[in-house]
Design a binder for this molecule. Structure first.
Ligand code: MN
Length: 204
């Protein structure tokens, strides 16, 4: 019986990946309400836009990484694809159990910053100093670790850095819980919430 359903050749769209933890896993540092908006509205919105902008184009079959790193990608598509990728990466950078740097990454941090406290100070400073919206990253540049901040949707993927860890410093990431106190949010992220197992996996 004909049901009227039309199947296209490709029906796989870019998808919003579920959070790898429950929304209340980070109370009181990050509220469930923040995740409801941040994942359910902001991240979801970027994925919806990527689908709308790629529909019927060859890019619909590409990966987010391909879209982000192709120099011919329009700025509108780049912004939404990079935001979709950055957010998925960010969720993986959060650990409900407090961790400390481990393995190779611990050695490299000790070598470059002397101790974890000095590293955290630099990370907070970089994120606090990012004017407007953006991200603060721990990147492997091929030789060393580097703390790098990027504006808006920009990501190290476009200039050869390998992202290990990231913190979202857009106001939507912290305003409900910290209001204007971005440095406090950054300090909690890097000292209490960072997923060092994930960061170490990216390095190796
Ligand atoms: Mn965000």
């Amino acid at each position: 019986m004909y049901t009227g359903v039309q199947l296209s050749n490709k029906n796989i769209m870019f998808e919003l990946s579920p959070l790898p933890f429950s929304k209340d896993a980070f109370e009181p540092h990050i509220s469930a309400r923040t995740f409801e908006f941040h994942h359910g509205k902001h991240h979801a919105g970027y994925v919806t836009k990527v689908n709308a902008l790629t529909e019927g184009t060859p890019q619909a079959d590409w990966s987010l990484e391909q879209i982000i790193t192709d120099p011919h990608t329009s700025i509108g598509l780049f912004n939404n694809a990079a935001q979709a990728w950055n957010h998925e990466f960010f969720w993986n950078c959060l650990s409900p159990q407090k961790m400390v740097p481990l393995g190779d990454i611990a050695d490299m941090i000790a070598q470059q910053w002397g101790d974890f406290e000095s590293f955290c100070d630099e990370f907070v400073k970089a994120g606090a100093g990012q004017f407007g919206s953006g991200w603060v990253w721990l990147v492997h540049n091929g030789e060393d670790l580097e703390i790098r901040s990027t504006a808006n949707a920009e990501t190290p993927l476009t200039d050869g850095g390998k992202p290990l860890l990231v913190c979202d410093v857009w106001e939507h990431a912290y305003y409900l819980d910290y209001q204007n106190r971005r440095p406090d949010f950054l300090k909690v992220f890097i000292e209490e919430l960072a997923n060092w197992e994930w960061a170490n996996q990216q390095l190796n």
